[in-house]
Every structure is written in C-alpha cells, then in structure tokens.
Ligand binder design. Structure first.
Ligand SMILES: NC(=O)c1ccc[n+]([C@@H]2O[C@H](COP(=O)([O-])OP(=O)(O)OC[C@H]3O[C@@H](n4cnc5c(N)ncnc54)[C@H](OP(=O)(O)O)[C@@H]3O)[C@@H](O)[C@H]2O)c1
Length: 189
C-alpha cells in the first residue's frame, strides 16, 4: 500500500492556472490514458483540497452549462476545507480540516490493501509530505509552460533527493515520470 500523488503538470511545474483553469491541459488530450485505468484500480481512498473539489463541482457535477456528470470516484474521498462546501448526493465524501495525520490513518484503514491517492493541490500534498506520509509522485508532464499558476509541490525536497523510478514517453505531448519519495536514512539520502 502506497500514498501517491498522481497528477498532470506543465513543464514549469504548475497543475492549474492562477485562476484554476485546466483548459491548457484538456487542449492536449487525455494526459494519462495509458496509466490511469491500472492506477485507479489500485486506489482505495482519495484526498483533495477545496479548490480541486470546487473545480469538480463547477466543471462536472453542477456545470453552469452542459451536461451534469456523476461523481467520478467509487472510492471514499476526503475533502479538506475550512469552509462548509456543498455535498454531492450519493458520493462517499468526508469533509475534514487541519492535521492530515489522523485523516491519513482513516484513509489507510478505508483503503485496505489498496493505495491512497492524493489528488492535489500541491500545498495539501506538501502537508502529507511534511508528515512523512508521501511515498510516490507520478506526474504526467505536459509539453507546455504557463509561467505562473497553482504549484505542483511547493516544498524544498533536496535531501534525501527524490528517486526517479520510471520515465515513459507517452506522446509528443506528455512524459510520465514516477518518483519514489525517500525518507531520511533510505537510498538517495
Ligand atoms: N493538473 C491536474 O491534473 C490537477 C490535479 C489536481 C488538481 N488540479 C487543479 O489544481 C488546482 C489546485 O488548487 P489549489 O492549489 O488551491 O489546491 P487545493 O488543495 O485544491 O485547494 C486548497 C484549499 O484546500 C483547503 N485546505 C488545504 N489544506 C487544508 C487543511 N489542512 N485543512 C483544511 N483545509 C485545507 C483550503 O481551502 P479553504 O481554506 O478555502 O477551505 C485551501 O485553500 C485546482 O484548480 C484543481 O482543479 C489539477
């Protein structure tokens, strides 16, 4: 069982624009068509921050135009927010705030022998990393730059270094990189 940050980002390390647009990403086609089906099968619990959840509400669950889509995840999801956010009827969503450690324990218990997916954003994933709870980063690096935006992982991780365990050419538009997050005393430190 691993705790994974699986996401797409620009070459200059942003997962969304400053105003939370992903149009740059969808213009490139499906970022993870090769790895996502196998990845999501191994996920037993998800966590995301308020902006990511609100993006899903705005663009999929309750869009102002176009067709409504169902909540996309069968697995239980933990949403971090200091605010009261609207729920999605029928979806297994837990609204939480504060320390990520007890939330992670609950996620691991719910996931059983499957993995925990940290959907984003970067600062929330950073909080899991700060607590020593992040095992792996899988990132589909898009062949674009934005210059600014919401950061992939706003932390200084230099010792121990991340360990690149896989690099795959997906298409001229995406490369998928997988990194093991080393703990102190482990290889790479
Ligand atoms: N490229 C991709 O594949 C990809 C993947 C995931 C997300 N995204 C996008 O990236 C953007 C990420 O937005 P973001 O950087 O603002 O990150 P975010 O994690 O989605 O949202 C940040 C918010 O989460 C809440 N939060 C975080 N930690 C918390 C804690 N410990 N306790 C309580 N609340 C906490 C806070 O909300 P409040 O204080 O407001 O309650 C905070 O402002 C979104 O637009 C999302 O759609 C892109």
């Amino acid at each position: 069982m691993k705790t994974q940050y699986y996401t797409a980002c620009t070459l200059d390390g942003f997962i969304a624009t400053d105003d939370h647009s992903l149009e740059w990403l969808f213009a490139l086609g499906e970022p993870a068509e090769h790895s996502y089906p196998a990845f999501i099968q191994q996920v037993g619990a998800l966590a995301m921050g308020a902006s990511t959840y609100e993006w899903l509400l705005r663009h999929a669950i309750a869009p102002s135009a176009g067709e409504k889509q169902p909540w996309p995840y069968a697995q239980p999801t933990w949403v971090f927010s200091h605010r009261e956010l609207p729920a999605v009827p029928g979806a297994a969503i837990h609204f939480v705030r504060g320390d990520v450690r007890p939330v992670h324990a609950a996620m691991v218990a719910a996931a059983g022998d499957r993995n925990v997916w940290l959907v984003g954003g970067g600062e929330l994933v950073g909080q899991f990393h700060d607590a020593g709870l992040l095992d792996e980063i899988v990132v589909q690096v898009a062949s674009v730059t934005l210059g600014s935006g919401r950061p992939l992982l706003p932390r200084r991780i230099v010792a121990p270094v991340l360990e690149l365990t896989a690099a795959r050419f997906d298409s001229p538009r995406f490369a998928e990189l997988t990194y093991r997050v080393n703990r102190k005393g482990s290889p790479g430190s």
